[in-house]
Design a protein around this ligand. Structure first.
Ligand code: ADP
Ligand code: MG
Length: 330
């Protein structure tokens, strides 16, 4: 549906987007995830034809976004990071203006405005000046503008930024609904948001793609494998002795709170994070259980630590940074 090949964007000497290639397929909600300054908005501006790349190509259903710009752009609805709203207008006036710009016929215009208003639940405020609307409603107006002309693809750049928690939930719900009819791309720097709405995640860092997968698959590709957390009823040294005898544990990480060793007189509790291969994690758990039982030491806790997108993000960007360090020393 969207094919981006080797996109690069230079601003002066700095690379905002660095050789980015990806394919967006129909029927998914994609998340572009990355910290501020990663290159999300620049990439979205390029694939929507609002900004030309320094090099690389974008095609929408095999139409080049520059050579067949009119046809290609018809397939996309875009809500940029800063929505182009005219606050003195009412949503109806604004949406009619957008419909004209998108060449919706005069006959269909009224129905089209009402259709997008109903899709984004702004029917009740259609005739109220935008400046009197809450931020949540303004964002809905921005989204309805993207829906004019019924594009197959809807692209939303950080659509929940600046909203309060209730409004965020409502906008997420709305995006989820949009995903049933359109292919959606949304950008976000919030991991939990992407995790909550998207079924494909593209992680961007320093203009490069560092991962592209379903949120649940990202964890499986982690080089650090899986982790177990244990809390045992003995001091650190004794626990370490036991843990070091278990070969399948790759690394033993001391995770005790400074306080817990000393808080209750005579009581010692140690907490560790154990790293191992994902495929071996259950076996490791059994071995840990047995090893402590053999020494008559109680395990208060033994559980697998679920990998979150946050962990993945930290790991992926850490790798990037260390490879950057080695390659860009000039
Ligand atoms: P994101 O949307 O992920 O926060 P952006 O795409 O906005 O990231 O920015 C990527 C990088 O490009 C940043 O370092 C930013 O400062 C830089 N940048 C963005 N727009 C411009 C511009 N018009 N001129 C110069 N630098 C820019
Ligand atoms: Mg941005």
């Amino acid at each position: 549906m969207i094919t981006a090949k080797h996109l690069t964007k230079m601003y002066g000497n700095s690379k905002a987007v660095d050789d980015l290639s990806f394919t967006i397929e129909e029927g998914h909600i994609y998340g572009f995830l990355g910290p501020n300054g990663a290159g999300k908005s620049t990439t979205l501006n390029i694939i929507t034809g609002c900004l030309s790349p320094t090099s690389g190509e974008v095609s929408i259903d095999n139409l080049d976004i520059y050579e067949n710009s009119k046809e290609a752009k018809k397939k996309i609805g875009y809500l940029p990071e800063i929505p182009p709203l005219y606050v003195d207008q009412t949503p109806r006036e604004y949406l009619e203006f957008v419909a004209d710009a998108k060449k919706v016929s005069r006959k269909e215009k009224k129905d089209e405005v009402e259709r997008v208003a109903s899709e984004t639940h702004i029917e009740d405020v259609l005739d109220k000046p935008i400046k009197f609307l809450s931020k949540g409603y303004r964002q809905r107006v921005g989204i309805s503008q993207a829906l004019i002309g019924d594009p197959q693809i809807v692209i939303l750049d950080e659509p929940t930024v600046g909203l309060d928690p209730m409004q965020i939930l409502e906008i997420r719900e709305l995006i989820y609904e949009l995903g049933k009819k359109h292919t959606v791309i949304l950008s976000s720097h919030i991991l939990s948001e992407v995790q909550a709405i998207c079924d494909k995640v593209l992680i961007i860092y320093k203009g490069k793609m560092v991962a592209f997968d379903a949120p649940e698959n990202l964890g499986k590709t982690m080089s650090s494998g899986a982790c177990l957390e244990i809390i045992c009823d003995c001091d650190k040294a004794a626990a370490k002795d036991i843990l070091e005898s278990i070969e399948s544990i790759k690394t033993i990480e001391d995770d005790s709170d400074e306080k817990s060793d000393t808080s209750n007189e005579g009581e010692t509790e140690s907490k560790f994070i154990l790293h191992a291969d994902s495929a071996e994690i259950k076996m490791v758990a059994r071995e840990v259980f047995k090893a402590f039982a053999e020494k008559d030491i109680v395990l208060y806790e033994l559980h697998q630590v679920k990998t979150t997108l946050e962990d993945i993000f930290i790991e992926l960007t850490k790798e990037e940074e260390s490879s950057d360090d080695s390659s860009t020393k000039a």
